[in-house]
Design a protein around this ligand. Structure first.
Ligand code: ADP
Length: 169
C-alpha cells in the first residue's frame, strides 16, 4: 500500500485510473473536469452520455480515459459545501467508492484530485483530512494512491496532514 503526494496537473499522469471531480449530470464542467475532458477528448464525454441517470453525490462510475495516458477515468461527484446534508460523509464516500470501483476493475494505481475543494467550496483542511483518513482506512494491499494537488494551498495542507499521519503511525 502506497500513498503519495504530487503537485501538478492530474491529466498528465500515466496511472491506471484518474479520478474526476465531476457533477451529477456527468456532462462536463470546469476545473479538473474540464481539464480531463479537454485532454482526453470527446470519447470520454460520449461514454459519460451512455451512463443513464448520471451519478449521485458520493457515487462513482467508470469510463474510458480516451487520449489520456491513464487506462480509465473514474468519475465521482463531490458534495457542494453548504448545499446539502452530510457533506463530510458524502465526501468520504467519494474516495471509498472510487477505491472499490478501481479494485473491481483491477486498477491498482489511482490518482485523486482534491474533490469538492474548487467550485464546490468544501473547506480545504477538512477535505484533506477526510480524503487521507478515508484512503488510509480503505486502501487495500497492491493499491497505490496519488493525491494530486493543483494549487499551492492544497499541496501545503496535504503535505502537513500526511506528515502528521506518518508521525502518528
Ligand atoms: P469541485 O467541483 O469538486 O470543487 P473543481 O474542479 O472545481 O471541482 O476543483 C477540485 C480541485 O481540482 C481543486 O482543488 C482544483 O485546484 C483542482 N484542479 C483543477 N484543475 C486540475 C488539474 N488539471 N489537475 C488536478 N487538479 C486540478
Amino acid at each position: 500500500m502506497v500513498i503519495e503526494l504530487i503537485q501538478g496537473d492530474i491529466t498528465t499522469l500515466a496511472v491506471d485510473a484518474i479520478v474526476n471531480a465531476a457533477n451529477s449530470s456527468l456532462l462536463g464542467g470546469g476545473g479538473v473536469d474540464g481539464a480531463i475532458h479537454a485532454a482526453g477528448g470527446s470519447e470520454i464525454l460520449e461514454a459519460c452520455k451512455q451512463i443513464k441517470g448520471g451519478c449521485p453525490v458520493g457515487g462513482a462510475v467508470i469510463t474510458t480515459a480516451g487520449k489520456l495516458n491513464a487506462k480509465k477515468v473514474i468519475h465521482t461527484v463531490g458534495p457542494q459545501w453548504g448545499k446539502e446534508d452530510n457533506e463530510e460523509e458524502k465526501l468520504a464516500n467519494c474516495y471509498i467508492n472510487c477505491l472499490k470501483l478501481a479494485r473491481k476493475h483491477d486498477l491498482h494505481r489511482i490518482a485523486f484530485p482534491n474533490i469538492s475543494t474548487g467550485v464546490y467550496h468544501f473547506p480545504k483542511e477538512k477535505a484533506a483530512e477526510i480524503a487521507i483518513k478515508s484512503v488510509k482506512k480503505h486502501i487495500k494491499p497492491g493499491q497505490e494512491v496519488f493525491f494530486v494537488c493543483f494549487d499551492d494551498e492544497n499541496y501545503r495542507i496535504y503535505k502537513r496532514e500526511l506528515q502528521a499521519h506518518t508521525d502518528q503511525a
